[in-house]
Design a protein around this ligand. Structure first.
Ligand code: HEC
Ligand code: HEC
Length: 267
């Protein structure tokens, strides 16, 4: 979709929201944006303020300034975020993430920090609703390849080489958005090795056949599979992307755009 041509947000219809959350208190009739979005309460401003800096450090690289979307989805329009009441759904989601789709897990944040980030997102929805701001910058046009080269030398060259493993990367991902996504979180879909610790302390290793917020299925080397509710087991996935995770809080938008421009020149 062309930049600036984003359709206006469709708020979830009131009846749909009620069907999902029959217990949710009704919006106060005086508050237009709360009615519009079917929200039950106003965000906690102090938590949202703390959440803002957590958001900038951990999320902005992918979800963009003010959560309006970058290489990853716009969060002020996310159904998951809109359905969240007091951070439970967002918190549970952040604990696990969807690493196979490029959304890292944020299990390393505390429950309080995940709550603060959720409040920040609710505050952004509030502000967006009040100002009618639902547009986002969409396409990437900026970036300076020379500066990207310097950033690469300082932060990436211990694992990668512009004449070695990444020498043809610009041919592999000619599209800037795809390139930026690979730099921020180069997840690969394929099978993932994991170790599952069950409630009674048994440890099983194998390949994850399924892993989301609700269910975990592991296939062990003898060919058997076992399934558990995800919140009843501990799942350890050795993370070859630790290096990339460590870089996430370091990137500014400019760094990512500069790196993208630089890597696009490697062909
Ligand atoms: C490395 C990039 C990256 C980072 C960093 C990141 N995300 Fe995501 N996020 C994604 C991608 C990609 C998706 C879409 C996943 C999918 O399609 O299933 C996503 C999806 C989500 C969703 C679900 C949206 C929906 O409606 O399904 C939420 C909520 C979310 N992210 C919140 C966050 C928060 C909060 C942070 C910071 C604590 C964060 N993300 C950091 C890439 C990222
Ligand atoms: C600690 C080591 C480490 C550091 C530092 C690191 N990476 Fe990576 N990077 C990896 C690993 C491991 C993979 C492979 C992931 C896979 O196989 O799925 C990867 C994959 C990639 C890919 C995808 C390659 C492809 O063919 O799809 C790109 C692009 C990339 N990294 C760019 C960067 C950039 C740019 C930096 C610096 C800002 C960086 N990496 C820093 C370890 C690192």
């Amino acid at each position: 979709m062309a930049a600036g041509q984003e359709p206006e947000v469709q708020a979830p219809s009131q009846s749909h929201t009620e069907a999902q959350h029959p217990q949710q208190p009704k919006s106060r009739p005086t508050d237009r944006s709360h009615i519009f979005l079917g929200l039950g309460r106003e965000p906690d401003a102090a938590a949202a303020k703390r959440g803002e800096s957590l958001y900038q450090q951990n999320c902005q690289a992918c979800h963009g300034a003010k959560a309006r979307g970058g290489m990853a989805p716009n969060l002020v329009r996310s159904v998951l975020v809109l359905h969240d009441d007091k951070g439970e759904e967002i918190g549970a989601f952040l604990k696990v993430g969807r690493p196979q789709n490029g959304m890292p897990s944020f299990a390393q944040l505390s429950d309080a920090e995940r709550y603060d980030v959720a409040e920040y997102l609710h505050m952004e929805i509030e502000l967006a609703a009040n100002r009618g701001l639902y547009k986002h910058s969409g396409e990437m046009t900026s970036g300076d390849a020379e500066k990207g080269k310097e950033f690469f030398a300082a932060n990436c060259s211990n694992c990668h080489s512009a004449t070695g493993d990444l020498s043809a990367i610009g041919k592999k991902y000619p599209d800037p958005t795809a390139m930026l996504a690979r730099i921020a979180w180069p997840s690969t879909r394929g099978p993932r090795k994991a170790m599952v610790t069950t409630q009674d302390g048994k440890e099983l290793t194998g390949t994850l056949e399924h892993y989301d917020d609700f269910e975990t299925t592991l296939k062990t080397s003898d060919g058997n599979t076992a399934t558990w509710p995800t919140d009843s087991v501990k799942v350890a996935i050795p993370d070859k992307l630790d290096g990339h995770r460590a870089l996430l809080p370091k990137y500014t938008d400019d760094d990512l755009h500069n790196l993208t421009r630089y890597l696009l020149t490697l062909k």
